[in-house]
Design a protein around this ligand. Structure first.
Ligand SMILES: [Zn+2]
Length: 297
């Protein structure tokens, strides 16, 4: 048994790329600070649309394998070496966008039994014993079935782990404060003529946007190496993302801001010390950490 660092963070995501878009700054910061950062991704995203024409031939398992490589490159950029696929690679297939017949594929994540999938995540919790878990809100941020299911699996795993004597002290959902998103899109609209994107997305296209009052925590990356690490990690997901800092686009080619401050809503656990803005600036605020035993990957 190898001793893990005192602070341990677990992130639960649906597809390769979600972790870098939502939490790249956060992951880079805690990895750099010596925390143990674990990413669990539920599917390989093999139903994602491919952006580069030279890779357009990739689909299904071939795309999943390619995206696994992109994920490894992204994790290298963030300094994270513990990243896993829930139940192993290919255990759960990408469910496709909501309403498609892909949702009925018996092997897809949307069709997975939540308790059984959560049990696989509990194994990770028992091994790593994270004090902090990050995942999506109940709508998965924007209604994608795999994101909704990742949320359900993560929240159920927190319950099951607590029953097994392995409580997670704090649980956060990915969020974006509305005022921040609106300001960033206003800037984007001004700068769009000089960008390699023809059109801009809108605030409604950003997952997890909520009233500012809902936000409990902000991890600030502006002017730090973590912002550059996040952009590099997003760039590694080249089949899914086009990056032109400080903006990016998904396969719909609509420009959106690359957010270098990442915001959260604390939904379980006690809020720690807050700053002048009334928010925590550390996911581990208020947690007394001690080294935990476990098998380091
Ligand atoms: Zn996703």
């Amino acid at each position: 048994m190898t001793e893990l660092p005192g602070r341990r963070l677990l992130l639960v995501h649906a597809h390769p790329d979600d972790e870098s878009i939502n939490n790249g700054v956060t992951m880079a910061r805690y990895a750099a600070e010596g925390a143990h950062v674990t990413l669990v991704t539920c599917t390989l995203g093999e139903r994602g649309e491919v952006i580069p024409p030279g890779l357009a031939h990739l689909s299904g398992a071939a795309l999943g394998g390619h995206r696994r490589g992109e994920l490894a490159d992204a994790m290298r950029a963030l300094g994270v070496d513990d990243f896993r696929l829930l139940g192993g690679p290919g255990r759960f297939a990408d469910s496709g966008m909501m309403g498609l017949s892909d949702n009925d594929d018996p092997g897809c994540l949307w069709q997975a039994d939540v308790d059984a999938a959560a049990a696989l995540l509990v194994d990770v919790v028992r091994e790593v014993r994270p004090q902090v878990l990050v995942t999506y809100d109940p709508d998965g941020g924007y209604g994608h079935p795999d994101h909704i299911q990742a949320h359900r699996i993560a929240m159920r795993a927190v319950e099951l782990a607590a029953e097994a004597g392995c409580p997670v002290a704090k649980v956060y959902w990915n969020r974006v404060p509305r005022s921040h998103a609106e300001a960033a899109f206003a800037r984007l609209r001004d700068e769009l003529p000089g960008l390699p994107f023809e059109k801009a997305a809108g605030v409604q296209d950003v997952p997890g946007v909520v009233d500012d009052a809902v936000i409990t925590t902000g991890i600030h990356g502006e002017g730090t190496p973590y912002a550059a690490a996040k952009a590099a990690a997003m760039r590694a997901h080249a089949t899914q993302i086009t990056v032109a800092e400080p903006y990016f686009a998904l396969s719909n080619d609509l420009a959106q801001p690359l957010l270098t401050t990442e915001y959260y809503e604390l939904v379980r656990g006690e809020r720690g010390d807050v700053g002048a803005d009334g928010r925590e600036s550390d996911l581990f605020a208020g947690i007394t950490t001690a080294p935990g035993s476990g098998v380091a990957s």
